[in-house]
Design a binder for this molecule. Sequence first.
Ligand code: CA
Length: 219
Amino acid sequence: MRVLLVEDDEPIAESLTRGLSRYGFEVRWVRTGAEALEAGDFALVLVDLGLPDMDGLDVCRELRARGDVPIIVISARSDEVDRVVGLEIGADDYVTKPFGVREVVARMRAVLRRVQPARAEQEPVQEHGRLRIDRRGRRVHLDGAEVDLTPKEFDLLVFLAEEPGAVFTREQIMEAVWDENWFGPTKTLDVHVGVLRRKLGDAASLETVRGVGFRLVLT
Ligand code: CA
């Protein structure tokens, strides 16, 4: 998922870029408001309020006037006024410096969930070649025959099938499918991936991306 980071503070921008890419986000970093407004379309924008060329709030206002991209304000100013103004002009949430990457990711996911209602509601049945995933009915068919999946195997498949071809990190998968606060070993993930591979045969390939995570490629 492509994210625009508007931040003039280099150490903060670098650590955030590094941290977010570990979670599978593709970060484009710009230092000024002008660059941000010329950067094009992104799935989400993180905007620092204190920019060298313009007020971050004006960047938010302009982005909001153009469309409904989710915006999270990064603020060094901790006073309530900025937060309220930020949210009033259309930012979806804010984080106050100093912050940890995990906190930013949690906010980003919460905002994305709010603005993009669960895919299941918009598109309950997904057809991918030989595979048919019925999210509401929690059933999967392969070449017309139902595949017997445990609840976790189903959740794992549905999560990866949200964006076929995209790499999801082990952390992302563990958090989404197992537990919001999972920081432990991820052996159980490998076991489930192995079982899914067997059950789906050559209709889908669950590719291991070494050192990162997994991607689902549908054939
Ligand atoms: Ca700044």
